[in-house]
Design a binder for this molecule. Structure first.
Ligand code: A2R
Length: 316
């Protein structure tokens, strides 16, 4: 039997590259001197597409792969894949949910601690030699215990964050999803209303048209002067210009961000703010977790071609 041809536009995790080499005929497009020519010549052979990171899979690319059956995306967020265009062409799209919940939730709590207790700034203070010359780092205005947390996007990762936050004696004031869930937390049909009731807002919804700029100037105003915004979901969910303005005017107290609107470009205005903690999208970025995500990409492709079903489809 001939092995299915899988296209990989940009280099992915070794687990994916090696797993695909073993099982499929892999087109390593990132190594091609002329990727366009390779697509023109081999496009019709391609049955599977392995993708991830910032590489976009749009209608134009899908049109060059008329026999494509599956797009296997590395990452739980699949905002770089035009799922509607794939569905129209009968192409299954898969992501990597579940295997990164704990890692991303840990990062969210780390970001929350760094923001509330100014841990990054305190470390920079020590490294700059200021402890010895200027004395103790100033007391932080905020503390974790007793904070009231609202979760925008109480899904798999959101629930893992809630569990961890409870251990830090943070009150889970509620969550805002499009629909209510069977959980012991209060459901807020209105995000602004939830923001008014909490002092800490964690964003962990996917990035798409329905979530774009959900966190806007009005929500930040409602969060208020003791408010802390944590974004571990997608940069597009927060109106970054409104956030910068809110941080500058102390409309909210601080923000901890792992994701940005135009990665890897972070506005200098954010970098200059002392009440923003900024991480370079490291939510799931540990070797064990990235390996597990890579394996799930390979397993989705393998199961699809062997049994005609995907393990974690987002459409179909
Ligand atoms: O809206 P619902 O009831 O489907 O709940 C989902 C919620 N959500 C939204 N909430 C408010 N407005 C929206 N437009 C909206 N769209 C989705 O986000 C659900 O509770 C949550 C997403 O949870 P999961 O699908 O379990 O995703 P997971 O694995 O927790 O990852 C969330 C995102 C990823 O897509 C990446 O962007 C990032 O975290 O790493």
């Amino acid at each position: 039997m001939t092995r299915p041809t899988v296209l990989m536009p940009s280099r992915m995790h070794d687990v994916v590259v090696e797993g695909c080499e073993e099982r499929f005929e892999l087109i390593r497009l990132w190594e091609a001197a002329d990727p366009d020519a390779v697509l023109a010549e081999r496009g019709a052979d391609v049955r599977g597409l392995a993708t991830g990171g910032h590489h976009t899979v749009d209608a134009a690319l899908l049109d060059r792969l008329p026999n494509l059956q599956i797009v296997a995306n590395f990452g739980v967020g699949y905002d770089t894949v035009d799922v509607e265009a794939a569905t129209e062409r009968g192409v299954i799209v898969t992501n990597t949910p579940g295997v990164l919940d704990d890692e991303v939730a840990d990062t969210a709590l780390g970001l929350m601690l760094m923001t509330v207790r100014e841990l990054g700034r305190a470390e920079r203070y020590l490294r700059a030699g200021r402890w010895a010359t200027e004395g103790n780092y100033p007391l932080t205005d905020l503390t974790m215990t007793g904070r009231r947390l609202g979760i925008l996007g109480l899904g798999r990762i959101g629930e893992a964050i809630a569990k961890r936050a409870e251990a830090f004696k943070v009150t889970i004031a509620g969550y805002h999803n499009r629909s209510r869930k069977d959980v012991p937390y209060r459901y807020y049909p209105s995000l602004v209303e939830m923001a008014r009731d909490v002092d800490t807002l964690v964003v962990v919804v996917p990035g798409n048209a329905s979530t774009r700029h959900l966190v806007n100037a009005e929500v930040l105003e409602a969060l208020g002067p003791d408010g802390v915004l944590i974004n571990i979901g997608r940069g597009t969910v927060v109106d970054e210009a409104a956030l910068i303005a809110a941080l500058k005017t102390r409309t909210i107290r601080a923000a901890g961000l792992d994701v940005f609107e135009d990665e890897p470009n972070v506005p200098q205005e954010l970098i200059d703010l002392d009440n923003a903690v900024l991480l370079p999208h490291v939510g799931s970025a540990s070797k064990p977790t990235r390996r597990a995500m890579g394996q799930l990409v390979v397993d989705n492709l393998t199961t699809w071609f062997a049994e005609g079903r995907a393990l974690t489809p987002v459409n179909g």
